[in-house]
Design a protein around this ligand. Structure first.
Ligand code: CUA
Length: 346
């Protein structure tokens, strides 16, 4: 008898141990989640739409946690409550309120939660941009982002400057396959589909640089299809537009940069890239008019430094295999001149 009881207790305690593991995991996750750091901050958003998404995430996480705790509490109660018997020594059946539990827990509670979640989701749907919104067109390419400001005469790539506190109406297009535009800190994601025009309203509440990522597998370099949304104070944004809308000053004659400008036209560079104010007007690759102002090369693949840039120009395939920029054979003096020239494109 005693042995059987001990065996029963052991069974209960091993069940208790296996039940505690998930609870501890949940508690640790709750404690650690807000402290997480990284490129994207879904749980500490800085944009209107991302905030409502984060609210839904927290609501689901907390209510799922509460339900888990309730289930485990009921389980523990069932494991440890004393067996009750009737006067005749038969086990007493638990009959009171069985149906009530099923209807409340299985029908009413899910309906309430689904109702709340539906309302929150509808409220969080992307809203139409306000009339004073900045209009930006972003075109997805394998594997980079073309960024146009149609009303402002700016064309750039990978870095999208926006003013803080103002709506930005982003028109999303694709040049080849399906990509997906996602800046987790600011908004939800939306696909860029060839032949279809999609819109997303961005609204940054705080100045800063927010990393974006292509969120639809689009080929070999999908993971290296990164972009940045730079939210500027309005005056900084206006200054940026003024500087980006014109051409960069031409390099002084006789300097290495001037040789680079010539090399750029002689080599195949100009047939794929545009540099405003010069004869280079290719559209297969990113516009390089103000390339030196950008922080990365190859859509976030490597930092924009002379070392990485030299490697990129000579053989982009070694940095970003599968990108559409072919290796370009050139003399070392041409490469150095190109580096000097590209460094002046501010
Ligand atoms: Cu573009 Cu994935």
């Amino acid at each position: 008898m005693a042995a059987r009881m001990a065996q029963g207790d052991r069974g209960r305690f091993s069940a208790l141990r296996s039940a505690t593991a998930p609870l501890v995991a949940v508690a640790v996750a709750i404690a650690v989640a807000p402290a997480c750091s990284g490129n994207h901050h879904i749980l500490s958003p800085e944009g209107k739409q991302a905030k409502s998404i984060a609210l839904i995430a927290w609501f689901m996480f907390i209510s799922a946690g509460a339900v888990t705790l309730l289930v485990f509490a009921a389980l523990l109660h069932g494991m440890f409550r004393r067996h009750r018997t009737t006067r005749r020594g038969e086990p007493r059946r638990f009959v009171v309120g069985e149906q009530t539990w099923i209807i409340a827990g299985g029908v009413a509670l899910p309906l309430v939660f689904i109702g709340i979640l539906t309302a929150m989701s509808l409220h969080g749907l992307p809203s139409e941009a306000k009339p004073d919104a900045v209009a930006i067109t972003v075109v997805g390419h394998q594997y980079w982002w073309e960024v146009q400001y149609p009303g402002l005469g700016v064309t750039t790539a990978e870095e999208i400057h926006v003013p803080v506190g103002r709506d930005v109406d982003v028109t999303l297009l694709s040049d080849d396959v399906i990509h997906s535009f996602w800046v987790p800190d600011l908004a939800g994601k939306i696909d860029m589909i060839p032949g279809q025009t999609n819109h997303l309203t961005l609204h940054a509440d705080k100045a800063g640089t927010y990393r974006g990522q292509c969120a639809e597998f689009c080929g070999l370099q999908h993971a290296n299809m990164i972009f940045f949304v730079v939210a500027d104070e309005p005056s900084t944004f206006d200054a940026w537009v003024r500087s980006e809308s014109g051409a960069a000053p031409a390099p002084a004659p006789g300097t290495p940069a001037a040789d680079g400008a010539i090399a750029f036209q002689e080599l195949p560079c100009a047939s794929c890239h545009t540099i405003k104010g010069t004869a280079a007007n290719g559209t297969a690759g990113p516009d390089l008019t103000h390339f030196a102002n950008r922080s990365t090369i190859g859509a976030g693949t490597v930092p924009n430094t002379p070392g990485y840039l030299g490697g990129w120009i000579a053989d982009a395939q070694s940095t970003k295999p599968g990108s559409l920029m072919p290796p370009i054979p050139m003399r070392p003096d041409q490469l150095n001149a190109l580096l000097a020239y590209l460094g002046t494109l501010k």
